[in-house]
Unconditional design. Structure first.
Length: 233
């Protein structure tokens, strides 16, 4: 029960990776607050937990791309628990396309899903961590953008922005007992990726559980001296 007594926020907690992260944190004893938009996804997440652990999942409707909604969500967590010990920014999305074929709305969507949601989650949760002089922030970037590659420009720029945010924020908050690290998954074996790439060779894909294991490692006390790290999986 490494995370007993801890309070975690996992954005994107109803997605494939987010569910795996949430299950590990809950199993470790943490209370986990998850914002959601689709009720059925929140219900599926709850159903995936052992009955004895379900009371430690607090799923609340909130649009993670809306500043007011995220402020309200984090405010609700603080009102109930008085703390946020762990923040995992697991919201994301992918779209292919070179610069010429990427319309402004697709560009903006990639930046919003991947970068803006990370900023908003950090902006909401970080003040409580700074007051406590303790906290773990884990962002999700992508191994495919280090170095930047062609063919999915908007996604590449957005995830590269997540990396830059992570590195800069790690320096900002290092004197205050807060760590900030990024996990960089390669292609994950998810239902969405299987549907999008039905003919792909999946032998090199990584499981969401493998990625979630690295996230929870960074969230634990054993990683208290690790910050500003970019960990490929």
């Amino acid at each position: 029960m490494e995370f007993a007594g801890k309070v975690a926020v996992v954005t994107g907690g109803t997605g494939a990776l987010g569910q795996a992260i949430t299950r590990r944190l809950v199993a470790g004893g943490s209370v986990v607050a998850v914002p959601f938009v689709v009720p059925a996804e929140a219900e599926a997440l709850r159903a995936s937990l052992p009955v004895a652990e379900r009371d430690r999942l607090h799923a609340t409707p909130a649009d993670v791309a809306d500043p007011a909604a995220m402020d309200g969500f984090v405010g609700g967590v603080l009102a109930r628990h008085r703390r946020v010990d762990i923040l995992v920014c697991a919201v994301g999305g992918f779209a292919a396309g070179d610069l010429v074929s990427t319309p402004p709305e697709a560009w903006n969507r990639m930046l919003t899903l991947n970068l803006t949601t990370t900023y908003l989650a950090c902006h909401g949760a970080l003040p409580a961590m700074l007051r406590a002089r303790s906290g773990r922030v884990i962002t999700i970037a992508s191994r495919a953008v280090v170095p930047p590659m062609a063919g999915f420009l908007a996604y590449t720029v957005a995830k590269a922005g997540v990396i830059a945010l992570t590195l800069a924020l790690a320096r900002e908050v290092a004197p205050h007992g807060v760590t900030v690290n990024a996990v960089l998954p390669s292609t994950m074996d998810t239902p969405a990726n299987r549907a999008a790439m039905p003919d792909a060779d999946r032998s090199g894909w990584v499981s969401v559980d493998s990625v979630a294991a690295v996230v929870t490692l960074l969230a634990g006390d054993g990683a208290r001296d690790v910050t500003g790290a970019l960990i490929p999986v």
